[in-house]
Design a protein around this ligand. Structure first.
Ligand code: G6P
Length: 605
């Protein structure tokens, strides 16, 4: 979602801001812009579509100046147009914004009554117009920005730049992340450390409600109560903040291929050095826990649904899963012995963060299962468990999904041990089994040529169904989500036994039905459902292991997967789900790493 960069530099900043915006591209956007102050003169350039359009514009109409702000916009209020692109300017102020100003309509009417017009349909422009209004009344830029911030309701990360002020930038954070970067005689603002990585490894993360006044001499931070605040300066590890495709055609391909290594590292981090026992934080204690609540969005939600089978099946712990955007609106009943787990790659998803805040004080413990250790969910949970997948740049989540599964499975083993369902030795046996996972993932990755061929056959269809049973049901949903978001083919994941209660009406010889069915305890039942599809000439594609394929009989198409222990199947079957969507997208020529309309980190509700 929207990305912000600000630089008070010692050289021309527009090209540097453009490069930083490229590192924020992965968040998803549909227009972009830059404003600079040059010898006191404020100017801006904005362009629709990809950054290359802004880059072209800057070639023809360069933007000079050593102070500037830049933005990638993911449209919320107002269509993606140049007029709605940021920075928004009113008089002597320019503003970039990530978030939503909920009271902008009231403010806009108030400003209109005072004779101040708007040029765009956005909520953000109101911030600029209001600041201008206060400056027109004689306030200094800092006073005007502060007065404006007092009036705003909603979520925002903001950067302000002012005409006549070559050495001033103001930032504010409420609900959307913002980081301050410290350079040599330069200062920066950025939505995340990735944006600033080549500029500096010295980062200060702003807290909720913080405001910052930047000059080239440094940053002055105040908290939500207006008191001076000292926020720690952290060194960001550059190897974790710099990302390239490592020879792959797309970030998604690289991230899929990284999974064996990631899963090995994630497991190692949360276990003792000899991997015979768990090494999860003591605070993560399931002894008195009577119910687990797993909350997430998108792919994280499907990881939660897989984990429910583990928490209930292995640990005997009642477990419910919820989509974060629904959770706090259904008046969930919470108990003092409940544990609530929030699963989020970015750690910034607005709905998941809001759900975490909703349960605070009403449950025994809140846990964040996150990839970004400095994220809001990591900082606001009682226990933050890193999934250690490394930067995930492709919008479609892949390695974060399987790394989330790994952490959730380790948690389920801990729950089982704490609750006396598994002995230390039995946990150790499970961990030994888990050590075979990287090898199994590699074996699944080796199936890529066959999966690519199957994907060719899918490229021409408009609809597809994925069927699964047990833990393969959320995998079917995840496979359908991947196919939808990458190739724009309409796809649904369905419980194989539920097919006959409706979706079977869709089956004809044109409908691909991909069945995810390792030869497990549920296999025979899934095969029966598959037969129902075959009997109606559905185009079945069966993903199973050799034993399963032999037992299933004749099917139009199949993929031979490695034999996997039942507990590890959700990890291993994620690979063909991801690769199928990837190759279908290649065949259809869609934008693999940045599918249309999608954002990586959804920081608005
Ligand atoms: C967006 C992304 C998905 C992701 C979801 C949740 O929709 O495109 O890939 O699964 O957000 O994001 P989170 O960062 O909370 O895991």
């Amino acid at each position: 979602m929207c990305g912000i960069v600000g630089i008070l530099g010692t050289h021309q900043v527009a090209p540097v801001i453009l490069e930083a915006l490229k590192r924020l591209e992965y968040r998803g956007y549909d227009s972009a812009g830059i404003a600079t102050v040059n010898a006191g003169h404020l100017d801006r350039r904005r362009a629709l579509g990809k950054l290359v359009n802004l880059s072209d514009l800057l070639v023809h109409e360069p933007l000079a100046g050593m102070a500037g702000i830049g933005h990638t916009r993911w449209a919320t209020h107002g269509a993606p147009t140049v007029a709605n692109a940021h920075p928004h300017r009113a008089g002597r102020v320019a503003v970039v914004h990530n978030g939503i100003i909920e009271n902008f309509r009231a403010l806009r009417s108030e400003l209109a009554a005072a004779g101040l017009a708007h040029e765009s349909d956005t909520d953000t422009e109101t911030i600029a117009v209001l600041t201008r209004h206060y400056m027109d009344q004689g306030m200094t830029p800092t006073e005007a920005a502060n007065a404006t911030l007092e009036r705003l309701e909603g979520a925002f990360a903001l950067a302000f730049l002012f005409e006549g002020e070559d050495d001033l930038m103001i930032g504010a954070r409420q609900g959307s992340p913002l980081a301050v970067g410290h350079g040599d005689g330069e200062m920066y603002l950025g939505s995340d450390a990735l944006a600033l990585a080549p500029l500096t490894d010295r980062i200060t993360y702003l807290d909720e409600g913080d405001r910052v006044v930047l000059t080239r001499a440094g940053a002055s931070i105040t908290d939500a109560q207006g008191r001076r605040a000292n926020r720690p300066l952290t060194r960001v590890r550059l190897d974790q903040a710099t990302v390239d495709k490592a020879g792959h055609r797309h970030f998604m391909a690289k991230e899929i291929a990284e999974q064996p290594a990631v899963l090995g590292a994630t497991m190692a981090f949360h276990c003792t050095p000899d991997k015979s026992a768990l090494a999860l934080p003591e605070r993560l204690d399931f002894t008195a826990c009577d119910r687990l609540i797993l909350v997430a969005c998108g792919t994280g939600y499907y990881a939660a649904q897989v984990a429910k089978y583990w928490f209930e099946g292995v640990a005997g712990l009642p477990c419910e899963t919820d989509i974060a955007s629904e959770y706090r609106y259904r008046q969930p009943v919470l108990g003092a012995r409940n544990m609530a787990v929030f699963i989020s790659q970015s750690g910034e998803t607005a709905d998941t963060l809001a759900a975490l805040r909703h349960v605070r004080g009403h449950v025994a413990c809140s846990v964040g299962v996150i990839n970004v250790p400095t994220s809001s969910i990591a900082r606001e949970s009682d226990v933050a468990l890193p999934i250690l997948a490394g930067p995930e740049i492709s919008v479609a989540s892949t390695k974060a999904f399987t790394a989330q599964l790994m952490v959730l499975l380790l948690m389920a083993l801990k729950a089982a041990q704490d609750r006396g369902k598994l002995s230390a030795q039995q946990v150790s046996d499970h961990l030994q089994l888990l050590q075979t996972l990287p090898g199994l993932m590699r074996a699944a990755l080796d199936r890529e040529p066959d999966i690519a061929e199957l994907a060719q056959g899918l490229a021409g269809v408009n609809h597809a169904l994925f069927l699964g049973r047990g833990p393969m049901l959320p995998l079917a949903s995840e496979a359908a989500l991947k196919l939808k978001e990458l190739s724009y083919i309409h796809a649904e994941g369905y419980a194989s036994g539920e097919l006959k209660h409706g979706p079977i009406a869709l089956i004809d010889e044109t409908m691909p039905v991909i069945v995810l069915a390792p030869r497990d305890s549920l296999f025979a039942k899934t095969v029966s459902n598959m037969q129902e599809v075959l009997a109606r000439q559905g185009r079945v594609v069966l993903f199973s292991d050799r034993a399963g394929l032999a037992e299933a009989g004749a099917v139009p198409q199949s993929l031979a997967m490695p034999e996997v222990p039942e507990m590890l199947a959700p990890f291993v079957y994620a690979v063909p789900a991801q690769l199928l969507a990837y190759h279908a997208a290649l065949a259809r020529g869609t934008d693999v790493d940045q599918p249309r309309n999608l954002a990586k980190s959804v920081t608005v509700e």
